[in-house]
Design a protein around this ligand. Structure first.
Ligand code: ACM
Ligand code: ZN
Length: 554
């Protein structure tokens, strides 16, 4: 597959200009991934050639632009071996010039104008310039270590994203990944114009963020004894798994991402998926424990006790520290997969239901409404700190809290329901945008690049007014069966390329054949950066397992 795709790249994109004594010029392609909205690339004009005297210019007093100019320097060095200088005064030629100017299409918009003697990237703000620079990187050929010189084709790009929210989630609860590796993941997101890194920090199987007021969360909650390696045989590996991020490390991730215009959204998943916290502080559960951190995955019946005021205080205390670390306007508070068995049996939870006067309704059980009460209290606290909550679509089940944004994962239905209630929606349906578990997941087709590409996040059954509530799209990588970089990247790539085109490119410009033609240049960039993409992009093989061996336990 790789060979065929690469041969195609050769035919489509390499315009090779040779002269008797001058080196071969390899010309890139402005039609990158995600495809810019407007690309005019006549191929009849002379290209912009990068040589040892090419410089980058931006206004020297704009620190953010200067930083982005240094990204240009590092990208060009990576692809060509040439180390350019960032200059304070704009020369009349042989320059890549970065500037900011009002753009009718918004702050993330940019124009890139390539002529024989200069490249102008003009962003609606510094963010727009950054996306122009990503396009420049992806449009350049790779000539480092060869005799060739790199060039950009003359042309004009006029670009702006379709959605303001372009997210990717990584679960570090099931398996811990070091800070240095998360930075590589952030680089990958930046390359795909993704602007939100949803960091799933807590799980049944591990609590991964330092909370100073509750030290046992990491002393106890970040270590599990053993991990299930085969749901069929129920075999465990017998190897302890641990790891957590100090608050300083988390701040470093926030800083690193911000330099790449990515906002880090922390998720503290509650009131379910809390067994690591319960093992650390058993008094937060309905039964009082003792609890152990499970080495098996799925949905566990032990959850936070919603009738215990100390539990609510715990949630607020944790989020107080989280909001100090993460400046994100969004804080994800989970809400998914919280079985109500314990709450039905718990005197405290039942007393709270009576105290609140909660009555069963045809739409909502009492316990689902108790969850809405709990999440509503947490939401008020988050809102008081000037932030908004995100929650998985189960937060619809007891009625939405007033200001919630819904992340629709169990299909698009939750998103449709939320949009009809005029709540913002992020589409992340498991059937299309979960990139993990192809082996154990029962839903067919989750691992095809085409299936990702063809997902349309704005449901046709919504009215035009309701459709406006779909603010974005997110891919998710859960790590139950992902513990190393090779598997991580094989699952991510090149599906993330397909995702980026859903997130960025207007639907009338999308075309899978065109995407496939543009993909080889992207795969080459992955290789240059040392990412391991999966070569067979059409694989949709799913191994079906006995029903009770997958996903759900207890
Ligand atoms: C989820 O996949 N439980 C959000
Ligand atoms: Zn309880």
């Amino acid at each position: 597959m790789k060979t065929r795709l690469r041969q195609f790249a050769g035919a489509a994109f390499l315009l090779v200009l040779t002269g008797c004594s001058s080196p071969t010029v390899e010309v890139g392609n402005l039609k990158v991934i995600p495809l810019p909205q407007e690309v005019f690339q006549p191929m009849t004009e002379k290209p912009f050639v990068i040589n040892a005297r090419t410089v980058v210019y931006c206004q020297p007093d704009n620190e953010v632009l200067v930083r982005t100019a240094h990204f240009v320097v590092s990208y060009v060095k990576e692809l060509t071996g040439i180390e350019m200088e960032v200059v304070d005064e704009c020369p009349s030629s042989n320059v890549i010039s970065l500037s900011v100017s009002e753009n009718a299409k918004g702050k993330e918009a940019y124009r890139m104008d390539v002529a024989e003697n200069r490249v102008l990237i003009e962003g609606g703000s510094e963010v727009g310039v950054f996306y122009g620079v990503q396009t420049l990187y992806k449009a350049l050929p790779i000539v480092k270590g060869t005799e060739k010189v790199a060039a950009l084709p003359a042309g004009l790009i006029d670009d702006a994203p379709r959605f303001p929210y372009r997210g990717f989630m990584i679960d570090v609860g099931r398996h811990y990944f070091p800070v240095s590796y998360l930075k590589e993941m952030i680089d990958l997101m930046a390359m795909h114009n993704i602007n939100y890194f949803h960091w799933h920090l807590t799980e049944d199987q591990g609590w991964r963020i330092e909370i100073k007021k509750y030290p046992k969360l990491t002393e106890i909650g970040s270590v599990r004894d053993s991990t299930l390696i085969d749901p069929v045989t129920r075999e465990y590996d017998g190897i302890p798994h641990s790891g957590f991020y100090t608050q300083d490390e988390a701040r470093e991730i926030v800083r690193y991402a911000a330099e790449r215009f990515i906002t880090v959204i922390p998720e503290i998943d509650m009131p379910g998926h809390m067994m690591a916290a319960l093992a650390s502080y058993p008094e937060l559960g309905c039964t009082g424990g003792p609890y152990t951190i499970p080495g098996r995955f799925g949905v566990h019946k032990e959850v936070l006790c919603a009738g215990n005021p100390e539990t609510l205080q715990f949630a607020k205390d944790v989020l107080e520290e989280i909001m100090e670390i993460f400046p994100s306007p969004y804080i994800h508070i989970g809400g998914d997969e919280c079985p109500k068995k314990r709450w039905r049996e718990c005197p405290k939870c039942q007393a709270k239901i009576r105290e609140l006067g909660i009555k069963e309704t045809p739409e909502h059980t009492k316990e689902n409404q108790l969850q809405t009460y709990f999440m509503g209290e947490v939401e008020k606290f988050v809102n008081e700190h000037g932030r908004q909550i995100l929650g998985w679509d189960e937060i619809l089940e007891g009625g939405l809290t007033p200001n919630a944004t819904v992340v629709s994962w169990r299909g698009t239905e939750g998103g449709i329901a939320a949009a009809r209630q005029h709540h913002p929606v992020i589409m992340a349906p498991i059937q299309y945008l979960y990139f993990s578990n192809p082996r154990w997941n029962k839903i067919p087709g989750v691992n095809s690049v085409k299936r990702v590409y063809c997902f349309e996040p704005v449901p046709a059954e919504l009215t035009p007014d309701e459709q406006k509530y779909v603010i974005g799209v997110q891919g998710c990588l859960w790590t139950e069966w992902t513990k190393d970089s090779l598997k991580m990247e094989n699952q991510l790539l090149p599906r993330m390329a397909a995702l980026s085109e859903i997130q960025w490119t207007e639907p009338d410009k999308k075309d899978f054949e065109s995407f496939k033609n543009r993909l080889p240049a992207m795969l080459e960039k992955y290789t240059v950066r040392g990412y391991h993409y999966r070569e067979d992009i059409h694989d949709t093989t799913i191994v079906e397992l006995p029903v009770d061996s997958v996903l759900y336990h207890d």
